[in-house]
Design a protein around this ligand. Structure first.
Ligand code: GRF
Length: 218
């Protein structure tokens, strides 16, 4: 069974989606440790409710960012963690953690990367005026939201959308694709080749399409 570690800074709804996927048997994995960088993160309540060990690591306790990430890497390793999940962890992960888990750190981003990386991906999409946005699960490298893409979900951006309404529409699919990406990893079906992620036994649906606004005539 795949042992995962989760890093979170806030609400933790993606963490909850992963817990739910595990508890329903859809995802064969176990969360060995939740690490938070914020002592009031609601993710802690979720960990308590599901008897998942958690740890608050205060970045201010460390002289350098690298020492902070080394501490997190050591804690995750000591729990036997094989895959690290960034579930709303609001920091750029650095080398000590990435070296300890090479192509074994996954992040979710609320936009269709490489569009709108960094903070407020949903607001960036609304402000830009794109008709389609979505979310992306990717492996983490040293850049900001630049690592190899595993799975994406696309949703329409509607005329009346605000950052909040688009965020809500996207979040629904974040909760579906993050557990799915972990499931593909747990089944040993992901292979990173250069900057691409190959998925074993996946051929794709040639006719899958989202058009927004929808075609009025055929
Ligand atoms: C999500 O929108 C995720 O895409 C982004 O941070 C947010 C975290 O939400 N990286 P939650 O803490 O999982 O509810």
């Amino acid at each position: 069974m795949l042992k995962i570690g989760v890093l979170a800074s806030g609400r933790g709804s993606n963490f909850q989606a992963i817990i739910d996927a595990i508890e329903s048997g859809r995802l064969k994995a176990s969360v060995e440790l939740l690490v938070v960088d914020n002592p009031s993160a609601f993710a802690i309540e979720r960990a308590k409710k599901h008897s998942i060990p958690y740890l608050y690591v205060n970045p201010k306790d460390f002289g350098t960012k690298d020492e902070f990430y080394q501490k997190i890497a050591d804690e995750l390793k000591s729990k036997g963690v094989e895959l690290v999940i960034l579930a709303g962890f609001m920091r750029v992960v650095r080398k000590p953690l990435l070296d300890a888990f090479p192509m074994r750190v996954m992040n979710i981003h609320p936009a269709l990367l490489p569009s709108f990386p960094g903070l407020h991906g949903q607001k960036q999409a609304v402000d830009y005026g794109v008709r389609i946005s979505g979310c992306t699960v990717h492996f983490v490298d040293e850049g900001v939201d630049t690592g190899p893409v595993i799975i994406q979900a696309a949703v329409p951006v509607l005329p009346h959308d605000t950052e909040d309404t688009l965020s809500e529409r996207i979040l629904k699919y974040e909760h579906k694709i993050f557990p799915e990406a972990i499931r593909l990893f747990a089944e040993g079906r992901l292979e990173v080749v250069g900057r691409k992620v190959m998925i074993k036994d996946y051929k794709g649906e040639e006719d899958a399409v989202i058009i927004n606004p929808p075609l009025q005539s055929s």
